[in-house]
Write a protein that binds this ligand. Structure first.
Ligand code: ZN
Ligand code: ZN
Length: 366
């Protein structure tokens, strides 16, 4: 049931029950039921029990438990969070584009001219090649990660290998598929919903997401290291602004100092934060898990440990094989053409059927 229609249904149901309650409260004196019979008297006890019944009927069914009640109570909060996150996504993507553009402009205006004017030709050429390669990789993977659909189970084919039915989409859910409440649809091999991409990370854009994180971290490290000396110089200059008499810096020089400080602080902070995230995702890929599965598998390991059993992830094919499957690499040459250069090739598999490393008797939590 769609959110809008379910709310209307609950509202009409509540109104109908409230109407019944009002009828029950109506004074009985002189009142006559159907066929001219006097209406039976209503006591306070009966009114109280009917009120309780009315309240319970709003949320009770045979599957009700405290979790369901809490979920219902927090439904408006979830709705607000989901919609706000969707709008935040647009703001976050704009922020990423603006900050990246500002860094590139500062590098072109101040850092590269200084490098070319200071270093020998081979070093300058190396800087130009390395800087531009990183820029191309960052832009390409960010564009692909935001615009590539993560993949959804087919809506018109119910005969796909599935492990459950999505309660919200009312559609079969293949293994590793999860429902994203922000995108309001099921995502194949869902990793997480990324507000910085305003898109879900799933089977078809997982590689783009990881490559973007990796190349953005490398790009930030490159900018931070390359501009370190200029940052120290600019920082010293800015501190001297407040001396008396003030140093004779022109407004252009002052802008350059502030831009270099902004560049170094921003790229260093992003390198640390995004570097940590990239390492975390690299560890997950080594284990053959997504972010969602990490939580599920941890719970499952704990549960099985209490029973004296050992949990085995059925989607773990060995570290190297996991990487090859994610990156869509089969030959040695493809490490160069598909990983170190921009490439739009598809990942291994269709995201619906999965090779399992072993068959389990007990169905794993999915
Ligand atoms: Zn769904
Ligand atoms: Zn999503």
């Amino acid at each position: 049931m769609r959110v809008g229609s379910s709310w209307r249904w609950y509202l009409s149901r509540a109104m109908r029950l409230a109407l019944g309650w009002c009828r029950l409260c109506r004074p009985k004196t002189g009142g006559r039921g159907r066929g001219g019979q006097p209406r039976p008297s209503v006591g306070l006890g009966e009114l109280w029990s009917y009120s309780k019944l009315l309240l319970k009927s709003l949320y009770f069914n045979s599957l009700s438990n405290s979790d369901t009640v809490l979920d219902c109570a927090f439904e408006p909060v979830y709705w607000i969070v989901d919609n706000v996150t969707r709008w935040f996504g647009v703001a976050f993507v704009t922020l990423v584009i603006l900050l990246t553009t500002s860094v590139v402009v500062i590098v072109y205006l101040y850092v590269l001219p200084t490098i070319i004017g200071t270093y020998a030709v081979p070093w300058s050429v190396w800087h130009l090649c390395c800087g531009h390669w990183l820029l191309v990789m960052v832009v390409f993977h960010y564009y692909k990660a935001t615009t590539t659909s993560p993949g959804h189970p087919p809506k018109d084919n119910i005969h796909i290998p599935s492990v459950s039915i999505c309660k919200k989409c009312v559609n079969p859910k293949p293994a590793r598929t999860h429902h994203c409440s922000i995108c309001n649809t099921c995502i194949l091999k869902m990793d997480h919903h990324c507000p910085w991409l305003n898109n879900c990370v799933g089977h078809f854009n997982h590689r783009y997401f990881f490559s973007f994180c990796l190349y953005m971290t490398l790009g930030c490290i490159y900018c931070s290291v390359s501009s370190r000396d200029m940052f120290l110089e600019a920082y010293g200059a800015v501190e001297s602004y407040y001396q008396t008499p003030p140093p004779p810096y022109t407004s252009t020089e002052r802008t350059a100092h502030k831009s270099i400080i902004f560049l170094w602080v921003l790229t260093s902070s992003v390198a640390v934060a995004l570097g940590g995230l990239t390492l975390w995702h690299a560890a997950l890929i080594c284990r053959g898990e997504t972010s969602v599965e990490r939580h599920i598998n941890r719970k499952e390991s704990k549960r099985l440990k209490e029973q004296g059993k050992v949990f085995k992830n059925p989607y773990h094919h060995g570290k190297m094989d996991n990487w090859k499957r994610l990156l869509g690499v089969e030959t040695r040459k493809q490490w160069f053409t598909r990983v170190l250069l921009p490439s739009s090739h598809l990942p291994t598999g269709d995201g619906i059927t999965w090779d399992c490393t072993f068959s389990r008797r007990d169905p794993m939590a999915i």
